[in-house]
Every structure is written in C-alpha cells, then in structure tokens.
Design a protein around this ligand. Structure first.
Ligand SMILES: [Zn+2]
Length: 108
C-alpha cells in the first residue's frame, strides 16, 4: 500500500471500498444495514429534539406525537435538509432555535 503519497492512499482506499462494496453488497446486506442505521440515527435525533422541546408544540404548547420540526435560523448550507438530518454539532448549536409545530398550528 503506497501510503507515503496521500493522493495515492486516497485512490487506493476508494478502489478498495468499491471492491469491498461490490463483493459484499448482497452477502452482507450492506444496503439494508445502511438504511437501518440511517433510520435509527434519524429516530435518535428526533427523540433528542422531542426531549428538548418537551414533546410540546412551539406554537400552542400542546403535547403531540406528530410535531413537525423546523429551524428558521438554519444556515443556508443545511436549510434544505430535514432537521433529523442535521449533524449532531448543528443540532446542538441550533437547539434553542428549533421549532416544533403541531398539526393545528401548522394549518393556521
Ligand atoms: Zn400547536
């Protein structure tokens, strides 16, 4: 492995990853594992936000399981993402600005 050259190392790693993925995609269920892990991560992030807002709508204060999460102050680089796809760092720094909206307030 030619690791003295960072660019060569990067290429080697990329090619290794491609070979590994091609060889193990089916047998190791890589796609469904990645999907499951992403779903679980989103669920953990949603729970973190729900704990932060105490499961309450930011508008009316009602407890709801169907709160829609948003962040009006999100920087442009992440503004088009779902809140549960923010990085932990972004979530923690934007925490006070996160808005949870219930179905009633959403339609007002
Ligand atoms: Zn509400």
């Amino acid at each position: 492995m030619p690791f003295s050259d960072p660019e060569a190392k990067r290429r080697w790693q990329r090619d290794y990853n491609r070979r590994y993925y091609a060889a193990n995609k089916v047998s190791r269920r890589l796609v469904s594992k990645a999907t499951d892990q992403r779903r679980a991560l989103r669920a953990r992030k949603r729970q973190w936000v729900m704990d932060l807002v105490d499961d309450r709508c930011s508008g009316c204060g009602e407890v709801s399981m169907a709160l829609e999460l948003s962040c009006p102050t999100a920087p442009r680089r992440i503004a088009d993402r779902s809140v549960v796809d923010y990085s932990w760092t972004d979530l923690k720094s934007l925490g006070p600005d996160l808005v949870a909206t219930c179905g009633v307030c959403r339609h007002e």
